[in-house]
Design a protein around this ligand. Structure first.
Ligand SMILES: [Zn+2]
Length: 534
């Protein structure tokens, strides 16, 4: 039997909560990086989220640092969508114009878009392998050059930016300070980025930052024509422009890795609030903790040459194991991809697989679950449901949610009796619906978190008809083998039976089962042949 998960049955479980709650299922609290505090989540339109996520700079293969950030936000996205019932527009910006991309295109003597397209496709493929749901919209810098120029021009017209003779344009921090309060830009407390110090000469203020990097007309570098001369966008301006194009002057969530807090996000806030002439542009800023290598303070980075590519990681671990690793860490804290943490994820993976194995054994009457009461199981599930929803509403506390799920598995396991010698006949008549309710509940939660597990085969990732046929054939073959073993151990053969005759009957039955599955087995003198039925 193949048991497939069904999200909708889980939703009926959620229904009872809806009966006593208002339009939104549950209040959600989110740690907002701008205010450095836990805040009640109140998007502009109740039930709807407009969300912008900084995406990758596509100049090389993605590493597990990227995997960690995007799997983490995928989990949060799924929770907001499936647990708290939000409709979400998620936009991801892809940086396909950048100094590193240009350097690589010059080195390999190919067009810069050839580099960026190649690694963008690779990134999207990696995300698919990690079961990260694609955003509603991808946006690319290369498609937004005219809009970036218009955005910068408005900032110049409003005196928030100034152009220099070199063709570069800078954001004017003094002017911004005259017109705005800084108090809601507390992310901008870390001072001046070292990246900016090389172009201090022409800046009016040490804290001013580049919106447009001027390039000489005769230069062979990538450049675009602008009212201030040739050049290309600064890094931060792209996200303000791409997000504003779709969402206008309001965003509910803006997300990225913790390394983007300063200067990237701080500068996005400054230029966007100046452009839209508002105090708050993105209401909630979410930052994912960085993935470190063995040492907790060594960030994974290309420049340190300590990266592990996603494709290499997936040779050793499954995407489910990596996702469990992410689920079991607080999303804001730094995480270390080292042995103990991975072992913990592998242990939980094994726990769920063993649970589904045991359920399969129950289906076959090999395990006694007569002590699992329906009323008790329903009550336990409802309590676990409340506990999980409550911890997720508290800044997406997935480690605690995983603990509650594991506790439920342990509780059910404690009602499994493998010693069935004395009551073999009675257990076949024991109702198993309480167990399947728990199975549906656990599967549904795993599915919400982006993990597909089924009773047979554990992972549902390939649910093609071929896969289902294979599972059926394996199931029948294993059953056939069990029957033959039983006969040889004389467990199911009475003394009057002729074992040879019983074995031949089993063989005929197996051939018939295969026929129902579309496989023709023909017995010949020298042996048997098989073919798919036409
Ligand atoms: Zn960005």
């Amino acid at each position: 039997m193949i048991f497939r998960s069904n999200l909708f049955s889980f939703r009926s479980l959620l229904h009872y909560r809806r009966c006593y709650s208002s339009s939104q299922l549950h209040d959600v609290y989110i740690y907002n990086s701008t205010n450095k505090a836990l805040e009640k989540f109140e998007p502009k339109y109740p039930g709807t989220i407009f969300w912008y996520s900084c995406g990758p700079t596509v100049y090389d293969s993605s590493h597990i640092g990227h995997a960690s950030t995007y799997v983490t936000f995928d989990i949060i996205h799924r929770i907001l969508k499936h647990v708290f019932n939000y409709n979400i527009v998620l936009m991801m910006g892809i940086t396909d114009i950048d100094d590193k991309i240009i350097q690589r295109s010059q080195k390999e003597q190919v067009h810069y878009l050839e580099i960026s397209k190649k690694y963008e496709q690779e990134f999207i493929g990696d995300m698919q392998k990690l079961n990260v749901q694609p955003p509603t919209i991808y946006a690319r810098v290369s498609d937004h050059i005219p809009l970036i120029i218009n955005f910068i021009q408005k900032l110049i017209d409003d005196k928030f930016a100034y152009a220099c003779p070199s063709g570069s344009v800078y954001f004017d921090m003094n002017r911004y300070g005259e017109k705005n309060e800084y108090k809601h830009h507390r992310m901008n407390e870390q001072g001046v980025s070292s990246l900016e110090t090389d172009i201090l000469n022409e800046k009016r203020n040490i804290r001013d930052f580049a919106l447009w990097k001027g390039r000489d007309e005769s230069s062979h570098e990538l450049k675009f024509k602008s009212p201030w001369g040739y050049g290309r966008p600064g890094w931060h301006i792209e996200c303000s422009v791409m997000a504003s194009r779709t969402f206008g002057s309001h965003l509910d969530i803006h997300s990225g890795g913790l390394d983007l807090v300063f200067p990237h996000h701080a500068n996005e806030i400054l230029q966007s609030t100046a452009y839209h002439e508002i105090k708050t542009w993105a209401k909630y800023w979410l930052h994912a903790g960085l993935l470190n290598t063995k040492s907790m303070d060594e960030k994974m980075s290309k420049s340190l040459n300590n990266t592990i590519l996603i494709r290499d990681m997936l040779k050793t671990y499954t995407s489910t194991q990596f996702r469990l690793f992410c689920l079991m860490h607080d999303y804001r804290s730094p995480r270390s991809f080292e042995s103990a943490a991975i072992q913990q994820a592998l242990f939980v993976d094994k726990l769920f697989k063993a649970f589904f194995d045991t359920v399969q054994a129950c289906q076959k009457g090999l395990v006694d679950i007569s002590s699992l009461s329906e009323a008790e199981t329903i009550s336990k599930i409802r309590n676990t449901q409340d506990e999980i929803v409550d911890v997720l509403a508290n800044n997406f506390d997935t480690p605690s949610a995983m603990t509650h799920l594991q506790e439920l598995v342990h509780w059910i396991n404690s009602h499994m009796n493998y010693d069935i010698r004395d009551n073999e006949n009675s257990i076949k008549n024991t109702p198993t619906c309480a167990l399947y309710l728990a199975v549906d509940f656990i599967q549904s939660w795993l599915q919400i978190f982006g993990i597909d597990m089924s009773i047979s085969g554990h992972q549902n990732q390939n649910t093609s008809s071929d896969r289902i046929l294979l599972e059926n054939v394996v199931e029948k073959s294993v059953q056939f083998r069990t029957n033959i073993r039983d006969i040889s151990r004389r467990r199911s053969v009475t003394n009057e039976d002729n074992p040879k005759k019983v074995i031949l009957q089993e063989c005929d039955d197996y051939r018939l089962q295969m026929k129902y599955l579309g496989i023709d087995i023909k017995d010949r003198h020298q042996g048997s042949t098989w073919s798919f039925k036409k």
